[in-house]
Design a protein around this ligand. Sequence first.
Ligand code: F0G
Length: 459
Amino acid sequence: MSERYRTIIEPFRIHSVEPLRFLSDRERRTKIRDAGYNLFNLHADDVLIDLLTDSGTGAMSRDQWAAVQHGDESYAGSPSWFVFLGAVQELFPFPHVIPTHQGRAAEKILFSAIAGPGNIVPNNTHFDTTRANVEFTGAEAVDLVIPEGRDPAALHPFKGNMDLEALEKLLVERAADIPVVFVTVTNNSGGGQPVSLENLRSVRSLCDRFGVPLFLDACRFAENAWFIKTREAGQDGRDVPDIVREMASLADGMTMSAKKDPMANIGGWLALRDDAWAEQCRNLLILTEGFPTYGGLAGRDLEAIAQGLRECLDEHYLRYRTRSIEYLSDALVAAGVPIVRPAGGHAVYLDARALLPHVPPLRYPGQALAVALYEAGGIRGCEIGTVMFGMKPDGTEEPAATDLVRLAIPRRTYTQSHVDYVIEVVTDVAAQANELPGYKIVEQASRLRHFTARFEPLA
Ligand code: F0G
């Protein structure tokens, strides 16, 4: 790119398009009412701009589609498996790589093998499925992000960092009950905020001191590495893959969803050093996912992931990617909308608790805001707050640390004019936020209730 011009452009042009479907305001109000005011229950055709997740929703490249054609569907020892294995180990040189159909399958297998009642798993912040998989074994999931990471307004370049003092205290008290320490990069539930190399190194040395393994939940490793390169002292001159390899070298293993940074529509893996754990995990893999050279995936998926892994480390791509999130973030800050700052790597998080002070957490301000964005402009975001995290394993309910609405930006999918539209809708809804009703839950499951709960607005 020329150094003379400042505009950061999409580093691609578009070769195949999908139409959007436009509904009237009245149609949207009916659709969301029929969906029990849960955005997960909508027909995706009824959504105009879908920011529910950046997971599996990215646009694959020409070269990924070409790689799909190379897919070899041999049951065992497929060449596509070796392409995948090579691409993974080039960045994450763990001796054992276990392919799964997505990230949560890797979590389920790992925690089934290593955690159980009486155990504690610390993480900067557990993602919802990670927490649920830890708790499903009877273990306890503890979030130990730095205090700035819990304050949406605090400006800190690495708000995903682990609180080292809190981790040390927990290790002093309970190391024998801690099978693994996890660090999530970037910290999705905490605002898509990165973790610094310095922090990872310190977590590593604490883990060494107490003899506890360290794993990465590495879904957004490339975005995290880009933040390290651009924000951390002394990292500027390094290649992104080099930073990724250092992140990997500090860990004993990883769980991964290939639906995020690797820009595949499905896929994941578990990778680790320990032979005994790997054997246990492979045996579980064969029970539920498949043979160890394909896991839960088709050969074509393995090829698409391998190609995506190379593309997501391209600096033009990463510069555009992080800038496009920052663009949305800057505009909302300028409009006075409270959001988690600084901009995260894959999403902008609206601070619903701050925007709707008249709606108490147990009346779900995040849900109220998410519904309003759909009703007003057909935008689908995702509540990350008391609906998602407020229900404890014993069935009681308490407010989550924050009530946010995440607008996750799928990779390479929407253009700047889509984002300009989002800015306009969010600003308009924010101006009328004091009129939005709270909600009550009229139907819910005992775990991961946000996916299926049904709501009613309060008068
Ligand atoms: N870990 C993190 C940090 C995640 O963000 C996700 C998924 C997973 C694990 C599980 O991976 O979906 O492949 O099973 N996050 C998506 C999201 C669903 O919308 O943030 P998965």
